[in-house]
Design a protein around this ligand. Structure first.
Ligand code: ATP
Length: 261
């Protein structure tokens, strides 16, 4: 069991520093508002997210989890600092390039599923490919079929969202996020609208996408049960990283969240 904090100013580089990073941030700050009303949502965050890991982001309400995720995903611009995703510095991209970069390299899963109600599951899943002008054939078709099978959606492809359970809808949303083989998938409270059985199922599929498809998943969650599916846990408090726990035990995680470690 290892507890590591930000490596930037730490000791000499170790083997862990040479792993491929899906995303990283340096000196990330985000201030909302100005003057007396200014809210320092992020206060100089340094973070490395290794590829092929399932990382949960936890912390109290208002601690900066969503702001961090939005900055890492290129949905929000930091006030200061840098973000790299799949080796691309996001601050070097203009709005159009950033939109294209997100489309091709970043997947999103939201609490509210965000499926298009008039489209079938199959059409929802294929939508990112269609938007990118990619045909569903050859290697793209193979990838699509693998994702559909890993998520157990083969016999639900002709259904519209209203004809699916919440858990099935979220599995479709995950398949849609994975189909273009993004460098990183951001999931914002993906089980917030699901009962415990459906939550366990969805979390199990997110974990399979990391184990079996080699994806990188970053998930914001309030729930310890959800974080238990992740490999690593980033704990954030008051806009700063308190700890980056690598495969923590439940006790270690609870103690860190309570501020005991
Ligand atoms: N657009 C905004 N304008 C002003 N303040 C904001 C804005 N967005 C976030 N904040 C503030 O920034 C801080 C961090 O918010 P953030 O949503 O990142 O926290 P969080 O940890 O995701 O919270 P929660 O768990 O409640 O979703 C909070 O104090 C919040 O009120």
């Amino acid at each position: 069991m290892t507890t590591s904090t930000s490596p930037t100013n730490g000791p000499a580089p170790t083997a862990a520093d040479r792993v491929t990073l899906a995303a990283s941030a340096r000196g990330l700050a985000r201030v909302h508002g100005r003057g007396d009303a200014a809210v320092h949502a992020l206060r100089g965050v340094d973070l490395d997210l290794p590829a092929g890991r399932f990382t949960a982001v936890m912390g109290p309400s208002g601690s900066g989890k969503s702001t961090l995720m939005h900055c890492l995903a290129g949905l929000d611009a930091p006030t200061a600092g840098t973000v790299e995703v799949a080796g691309q510095a996001l601050e070097r991209l203009d709005d159009t390039a950033l939109t294209l970069f997100r489309r091709d390299h970043v997947g999103f899963v939201f609490q509210s599923f965000n499926l298009l109600p008039m489209l079938t599951a199959a059409q929802n899943i294929a939508l990112p490919l269609e938007l990118a002008g990619r045909r569903l054939s050859g290697a793209v078709r193979e990838r699509h079929d693998l994702v559909v099978d890993v998520l157990g959606l083969r016999d639900r492809l002709g259904h519209r969202p209203a004809e699916l359970s919440g858990g099935q809808q979220q599995r479709v949303a995950i398949a849609r996020a994975l189909v273009s083989e993004p460098a990183i998938v951001f999931a914002d409270e993906p089980t917030g609208n699901l009962d415990s059985a459906a939550s366990a199922e969805v979390l199990g599929f997110l974990r399979r996408s990391v184990r079996e498809l080699g994806q990188t998943v970053v998930m914001v969650t309030h729930e310890l049960d959800a974080a238990a599916y992740a490999d690593d846990v980033v704990v954030i408090a008051d806009g700063a990283i308190r700890a980056h726990l690598v495969e923590p035990s439940a006790d270690e995680l609870v103690a860190t969240l309570r501020g005991e470690r």
